[in-house]
Ligand binder design. Structure first.
Ligand SMILES: [Zn+2]
Length: 128
């Protein structure tokens, strides 16, 4: 994978958030869907659970045995599309600003470009 230079934090923003379901649109897992485990905004990468698997050869260290392990590698954000929580289609993201939350403060939220409904946020919790 090509090394991507880190952007300054104040210029880093992704439309994909941890907990989103995404469709992979490029690379070896093209066409598959998965859940975003982590995002790396400064490098514009997202880690999709169980996808883009690479084999790593690891040396034994301390109590951990060595060998070949399979590890999910992060994908570039441009290679995934968020799947809308309302219409279940892969979509681009729009934004709007409306009063929301308990305090009814004006905040930015993500909007599906296909059905114009807000996209729900899901906190990521790993499967056991
Ligand atoms: Zn939608």
């Amino acid at each position: 994978m090509r090394k991507i230079k880190a952007k300054p934090l104040h210029l880093s923003h992704l439309n994909v958030h941890a907990g989103d379901t995404v469709k992979i649109i490029a690379g070896k897992d093209r066409g598959q869907q998965g859940r975003v485990e982590r995002t790396f905004p400064r490098r514009e990468l997202v880690l999709v659970e169980g996808h883009n698997i690479a084999k790593r050869h690891v040396k034994p260290t301390g109590g951990r045995p060595g060998g070949i392990i399979e590890k999910a590698m992060p994908l570039h954000v441009s290679n995934v599309m968020v799947i809308c929580t309302n219409c279940s289609k892969p979509t681009r993201i729009a934004h709007d600003r409306v009063p929301q939350g308990e305090d009814q403060k004006v905040r930015t939220r993500r909007i599906c470009k296909k059905c114009n409904e807000p996209i729900e946020e899901h906190a990521y919790t790993a499967k056991e």
